[in-house]
Write a new protein. Sequence first.
Length: 292
Amino acid sequence: MGTQTASVQRAKVRPNKRKRKVTGYGIAFTTFGTIWLIIAGYPLLYMVMTSFRTQNGYLIGKPWLPPSHPTLSNYAQVLQAGFFHYFLNSAIVSVCSVVLIVVFALLLAYVIVRSHSRTVRTVFNVFLVGLALPIQAAIIPVYILINKFGLYDTLIGMILPMVAFGLPLSLLILVNFVRDIPNELYESMGLEGATDFQIVRHLVAPLSMPALVSVGIYEFIQSWNNFLFPLVLTQSQSVQTLPLAIVQFQGQHTIDVPVTMAVVLFSALPLILAYIFAGKYLRRGMLVGFGK
């Protein structure tokens, strides 16, 4: 009886120790996460607070505290400088690039997965070579081609290279995802007389939605932040995008930090919203297909 009582007491003590260990690990992870959130989030908070300060308030006040007299004059100055027009140019280029990349990548992924032709495999391998080709190494040929096609200093002249350099990675992600769709679904729709376009529209696209969303978000961020193509392929202000306009604006207002922070926050707002509302889809879509 004494040994049974001792074993029962040990069994009661062990769960308490485990609970203490789990609680200790939870506190450690919570503390580390809080510290990391402060380190990662304070630059954004600093940018927001500084954008609502005046120049005198920035020089005299305490930068780590909210402004005592917030103002919207910095944002008014940014809009007066024509940044809304640059914002629209970036939006047009990014949205058009994303739509073309997603549509072409989905169609190509379906053809690559369902076809057993050597020519199709060769084309897929050629696209994969594009993953190892940096944009900087191909900027001169791209410039020559855009010039010969008469697309220099146009929005289309920036959209087409972005689509070309965005297709390889998007195609790789979608091919791995489309390949995981069961063959029985393809065969059942084929027996019902569905065409390839109908299969892509009603079967592949709905089932590939997580990957399509992640590809769209990733390519939108890449297109929105692209600086090299606007720098090399444009020269007039009417077709400038936000990254190039920000560099020129910063050169004119180097000392005026609040105005610079306002224009940076104005340009980063779509990316911040994309990360907040669709970040989980981006992470899920980048991993899906590779872990199956």
